[in-house]
Design a protein around this ligand. Sequence first.
Ligand code: 3YE
Length: 218
Amino acid sequence: MTRIAGMAGNRGRNLLNIADRNPGGAELAVVLTNDADAPVLEAAAERGIPTEVVPLEDDMSRSEHEEAVLEALSEYDFELVCLDGYMRILSETFLSEAPTTLNVHPALLPAFPGMDAWGDALEEGVSVTGCTVHVVTDATDEDGNVVEEDVDAGPIVTQEPIPVYEGDDEESLKERVLYEGEFRAYPRAVKWFAEDAVDVDLEAGEVTVESDVATVGD
Ligand code: 3YE
């Protein structure tokens, strides 16, 4: 059985979807957030999932905060970390200690990385966008500063295309990408990990999925 440490920013809807569907038998071992008011905390507790809050104090460096996160997670057993709206860039401090860490990004990477993927897709006028589940790789330099082009740049596990319709605004597109895209792609990625069908080679920057599971639908 694969256990997941979920790290959420706000509502954690992907994590709750994964918790409710148990893809490949995977279970949420814990949900962690930096925000004591995040709605995901109550929703997780209602499902009997333990929660942890690790606030980002004013005087904390990125590494210090990541160490506090690792400390909070050290009480739990997990083989995979899933980010869902977690609004922090992670450095080697976290990534070298944690098991494979996944993120879902609301665009077909490498198109539209960054914070406003829906707005960028609308502005560009594309007729198809989507979402990407990728492995989180270091995006900081030796001084702990963010290297912008290394964010959302880790190897891709799976993607889901989503049409953009005439009259879409950011809100309508965002909802379609979440409910029709991320709600398919993220559980699919988790299922492949749970079935041990994924090989992550960070040195080569590659993810390989066994072809027989990769072709099976949701
Ligand atoms: N970390 C690495 N690589 C990745 N985290 C996420 C994706 C991803 C990752 O591909 N290494 C905006 C958050 C970005 C931002 O710049 N945050 C600041 C602090 C802002 C704040 O706390 O108010 C920062 O320095 O982290 C998940 C998505 C991250 C989105």
